[in-house]
Design a binder for this molecule. Sequence first.
Ligand code: CUA
Length: 313
Amino acid sequence: MRTRLQEFAAAFVVLLCLVALPAWMFSYPIDRPLEDGRRVVALTGVKRAGVWTDQAVNASNHGFADFRPAVVRVDVGEDIVIRLTSADVTHGFYVPELGVGPVEVEPGHVTEVALHGREEGVFEYYCTQVCGECHYFMRGKVIVGNPPNADEPLPGLQNCPGHGESEHASAVETLAERGEQIFAIQGCSNCHGIEGVGGIENFNAIFAKVPALNGLGKRMMLRERADQEAILELLESGADLEAVEDPPFSRYSSFLAQYEGFRNRIHNGNTAVALDKTKPAPPLSMPRWGDVLDEGEITAILAYLITLQKWEK
Ligand code: CUA
């Protein structure tokens, strides 16, 4: 027959397993310095928010909290370790200018990378695994020292509007408005700039900056607002552009060739070519949107891009 003492001891062991062990696991400081004194920065990848965050991510806040992209600060000459974990799916981490990564970060694993604050400046980090609809938003800054541009926002960087709620996207009326919405939700502005203004650098790419998209109208041989409006009307009506019997302007066949060229570029994507093959690969490439978007959505994006062309008069 069991004694009271045995029962008490058994209950104590059960309590220890249920409470103390998880408490110890969760309180274990993931960013405690290494034995060699290097500082540790702990980042967690969150697919829903499209961020690498330095905020605590746990079962109770993972589904809804507004996580911020981490800003990693390093002194000039300092060596740190970035300890990466994922809250959900496989993410990537890449700071090409500082020679960090790209590394894959799988859920359930801890991935560590060493980072050396080589010189003062702002250096961008990227996720390199297509991890969900917020993938292209998953970027942020490593600030080394106190550069004058430390507090400037990264060009084109916005919060991912998806946050798992894209079904609540507001109603749109025109094809171009639908394209604008797809452009925002898919994060096209992260590479091409807000409203396609461009200016986003692509480290070690032959084209040092990702192309702007607000001049596509002219590159499609549209010469004036009337041309632009005629094409938008055709697209809105769902007409087959190749089968138009009464072209709205004389250069219509040139327009069509350019339009199809841009359509193919969106559909097939385009891998950025490295300028210097001995250096880290460019972080940004145009993905194959044909795998993600249907033809109607690509048409909507083209309609939106055509509206970005502004005319002087
Ligand atoms: Cu995380 Cu892409």
